[in-house]
Each structure stands twice: as structure tokens, then as C-alpha cells.
Design a protein around this ligand. Sequence first.
Ligand SMILES: Nc1ncnc2c1ncn2[C@@H]1O[C@H](COP(=O)(O)OP(=O)(O)OP(=O)(O)O)[C@@H](O)[C@H]1O
Ligand SMILES: [Mg+2]
Length: 505
Amino acid sequence: METKRQLSTREVTIINEVAKILSKGMNFLESAGEVLKILYSFWDVKYSYVALYRKDLKLLKIVKAFGLKEEEVERGLFKRGEGIIGKVYKSGVPVVLSDLSTNSYLNRTGLKERLEGSESFIAVPIRIGGEIIGVLALFKSFDKKESVEKAVELLIILGTMIGMLYKLEERINMERQEWEEEKKALTQALGKKYSLEGIIGRSVAIKNLIDLVERVSQTDITLLLTGESGTGKSLIAKAIHFLSHRKEKPFVTINCSAIPEALLEAELFGYEKGAFTGAYTSKKGKFEIANGGTVFLDEIGDMPLSLQPKILRVLQEKEIEKLGSERSIKVDVRIISATNKDLRQLVQKGDFREDLYYRLSVLPIHIPPLRERKEDIPLLVDHFLNTFNQKYSKNVKIDAKALELMMEYPWYGNVRELENTIERLVILKDGIVKESDLPSYFFVELSRDEPRNLPSVIELTEREEIIKALERTGYVKSRAAKLLGYTLRQLDYRIRKYGISLKKF
Ligand SMILES: Nc1ncnc2c1ncn2[C@@H]1O[C@H](COP(=O)(O)OP(=O)(O)OP(=O)(O)O)[C@@H](O)[C@H]1O
Ligand SMILES: [Mg+2]
């Protein structure tokens, strides 16, 4: 009995061939067609087919056939339990019929007339796990040496393999469909919010800006971004870089106001060993590091006059010279600069070189303050709520009245202030944020034109203003002091006096 269970070389070959199809990633019908071809080539099966149960039709239908004519395939429809095919589907038990003249053979396809008469009809279930999805059927003549039982064993294996092919395609389709849906949702979201590389808004100003960003990112044109602090200048500079052909190369930001003047030149252009006391090794400057990429000169209005000619040279000649070196180095960088100052005014005062100003502002892009594009506020609120709810695993929402107030509030710190405010709300609140949950300086700001009881309000107001300034500047004290018109020392004194916590939250 042992030998009976062993597969013959031919059967092993057939299984191997079918297994190869599994790995080819064809669609199910193609694969099924290949299996039937293999049965013909290796096993001399001249007629075969695969019928699947169609739930919508409530019928078994031939979906792939070998050796059958088109009209024979079309006739191949069976109800569950009807004929051999219907019975095998219903019971899951293979059937071998060696005499096709019996009544149980329906001859629905009409194929019988073309057969030689010596063929047996074998039908086995196609299974996926415990579920039967269809039937594999074939006509084959057996010579005396061949075991029909063994043939059925082989076909049961093939039925399972065909089931696997089906399952495989089902999974691929499902994944494709999910992916398509995800893509659709994404593009819809993008279309609706007019967002690009994280730039969100639906005001005419932002829509135009997004258009412009897309267009200029394809060029190397020098850009000057202007707008109040927190309007999104840095965000836009980055977006342009990552949309451009330079995206694989560095995006290097140089904050002209943050680096002390004495160090700025070395930082920008690098230095050679021995260029000054302490220069033990040579160092690359930011322009050299950024080669091939984009240099973002932030707060360009604070660029010291002494360095301005050198920046001009980069723009005109695309060349830099390291400190302590006579040799020029070619650099290929795109320059984007930004400022919240009025550069033209600086030019008039003699604090900024006119020639550099014209070089930098080949294409000036102005980003209006948030209070001039209130229709962006709900989208931004939504966006930041999503971001911070995810970050802090919360589900904070904002009710209509509170949102209305947010649209009225002047947001002098622009999107940055809005972002900080929402982050704070998400951390501190639960559930739905109402009007009364908004920070108190909100109301002070919103009732500016109403008379107030001054002496008692002044201290409170000062405290609120300081908190607001800190909030607006991301808790950078020097910036907050500047905003408030205090020196750093004056601000420090008041922070202590009012017990303002410098930990952000
Ligand atoms: N349209 C926008 N959509 C989404 N996020 C925005 C938008 N504008 C600004 N932001 C976000 O607001 C914050 C402040 O923006 P950004 O730092 O770009 O402002 P900025 O103009 O460079 O300010 P500063 O002049 O102080 O450097 C960032 O976190 C930025 O991602
Ligand atoms: Mg910035």
C-alpha cells in the first residue's frame, strides 16, 4: 500500500510545474489556463475546465477551459447539487465516472459527442481551506497500467493549488483596492485642503502661493520670502527645496541673526587650517556643505554689512573663498532668503546693500499674516488638532463657538501661535474645547476696544502679554523680549515677578 501513496515522477513534475505558476504572479484566469495546459502537456488531458461558484448568479460557471469550444464553455452552467459538477461542489467529494452513458452525466457542455468514448470523467473540488469555491473537471483515457485512484489524489492536490492561486489574486485585489481607496482619500484630502508639502490653507493667498511654490520649485530662481514671524516662511523654503530637482542634496539653513557676527563668516564660507588662532583643521562652510542643494538664508535682514559683498559674490559668480585661502571654490546652490523686516527700508537707512537686495529679491514672495486670511484658520485648527491628538494619543475637539473666537483673534504670532495654542489645548484639555477653555489673553485681545479698569488690569495684562510673547516665539526669551520692547534683563525680572513657568507646558 505504501507504494500506492507515492507520487510518480510524472505527477511530481506536474505539481512542480503548477507550483512554478504560483510564483509567477499572473492573474487567476491566466494561471488556471496554465494549469490546464500543463495537464495536457504532461498528462495527455485533452479536455479540462475550471468552474467557479458565482454567488451573484447562484451558479457554477466555467471560467477557464482547455480543448472546449466557445459555445461548449458558454453552456457550462450548473446549479449547486446539479449534475456531477454541482454534486462535487456541494459535497466536496471527488467523483470519477468511467461510463459517460449513465444518467448522472448531464452533458451540459455538449462535449460528449466529440469524445472517443474511452474517456473517464473526473471532477474534484477546488478548496481554499475549508471552503469549496469551485470544481476542476477533466476527461482522460486511462490505460490499464494507470491507477485512477492515484490520478484522483493528484487532482485533489491540484484543486488545492488552484484554490491557492485564487486566494492569492483575491488578496492582491484587496490590497490594490485598499491602496486605491487610500490614494483616492489622500488626493481628495489634498484637493480639498489645497495642501502641498504640509502647506495648508484655502484662502486665495495660500492657493496662489501653492501654485507659485510648485512652479518656482522647478527652477533655480532666487527667492525672497517676506512676511511676519510665524507665517510659514521656513516651511515654504523647505517645501520648495523638496519639490525641486535638488531634493536629494542638502537643504542648509543659515540663521543670520542667531550666529554672532564674528563667527558668521567662518560658518558660511569655512576656513583653512591656520586661518586664525585656534583653526587647527580646515572646515567646510555652509555653502560648500550645501553644494548641489539649497541654502536658506533666514533673517537675511540681520546679515552684517561686512559680509554682504561675499554673499553677493556667491549669487553672481557662484564662488566662495574660505577664510585664510586665496583659492575660490565653485559652488552650485539655490538661494532662498527670508525676512520679517522691510528690506527696502533697511536699504534706505544704509543697513542693507542695494545691489544685494536686488539680487536676492529676483522673485519676492509675500506671505500675508493669518488675520488677513481667516478662512485658513479652520483648516489649520483641524490640521493641528489631528497632529497633536495623534502625538499625545488624545481626542480633543473644538466646538463651533470656540472656533469662531479663534477666527476673530488677531494671531499676531501667526500660524506658529495658532500651532502652539492648539498643542497646549490638546495637552491640557479633554473632550470638547469650549469658549471658556481658551486662554484668558484671548479675551483681553478680543475686547481691546472696551474700557478696562486700568490699575488692576495692568499687572494682569503685563503677565498675559509676556506669556503670549513667549508663546509666540516658542519660548525663546530674547525674541520675546524684542517683541515686548524689553531688554532680556527686564523680561527676566518680570518672568520671576509673575512666576511665569518657562517650561512650555
Ligand atoms: N500654511 C501652513 N500650513 C501648515 N503649517 C504652517 C503653515 N504656515 C506655517 N505653518 C507652521 O507654523 C509654524 C511656523 O512657521 P515657520 O517657522 O515656517 O514661520 P516663519 O515665517 O519662518 O517664522 P519666523 O519668521 O519666526 O522664522 C511651523 O511649525 C510651520 O510648520
Ligand atoms: Mg523661519
